[in-house]
Design a protein around this ligand. Structure first.
Ligand code: THU
Length: 137
């Protein structure tokens, strides 16, 4: 768990990142802020494309920024997501799998649910996650 102060800081940084979103197709800006295991914060927004399927969600932008700066051993301590509207916004399925890759049992995800901001563990966000496989060759 992380302190309420830190959770509030991540939410406000996610809101700032949301202002950078490139969303001419959906007009649905999303911001995210990731706290790395060594205490740094990375933010991201969604970036769309005229070829719709190429959208990069806010969460993945922030996670990829963290990984590309910190390197392959980095882990996510917490990730907050924000949207402009009152609409709930939970990370999409693709983002859950990407967040899972760099999570620990302590990782927390903060998002706007139907009753305001809620904090969940990665296991709650993606139960039964695909986490390993054995190559057959
Ligand atoms: N989106 C995100 O950035 N994160 C989410 O968790 C859900 C969806 C984006 C993708 C697209 O740019 C827009 O929101 C509408 O789906």
């Amino acid at each position: 768990m992380i302190s309420q102060d830190l959770q509030d800081k991540l939410i406000s940084l996610a809101k700032l990142a949301q202002e950078k979103a490139y969303v001419p197709y959906s007009n649905f800006p999303v911001g995210a802020a990731v706290l790395s295991d060594d205490g740094d914060i990375f933010t991201g927004c969604n970036i769309e494309n005229v070829s719709y399927g190429l959208v990069n969600c806010g969460e993945r932008t922030a996670v990829f920024k963290m990984m590309s700066e910190k390197g392959p051993k980095a882990k996510i301590k917490a990730l907050a997501v924000s949207t402009q509207t009152d609409m709930p916004c939970t990370p999409c399925g693709a983002c859950r799998q990407v967040i899972q890759e760099f999570s620990t049992p302590e990782t927390v995800i903060i998002y706007k649910g139907p009753h305001g901001y809620t904090t969940v563990s990665m296991a709650e966000l993606l139960p039964g996650a695909f986490t390993e496989f054995t190559p057959t060759h």
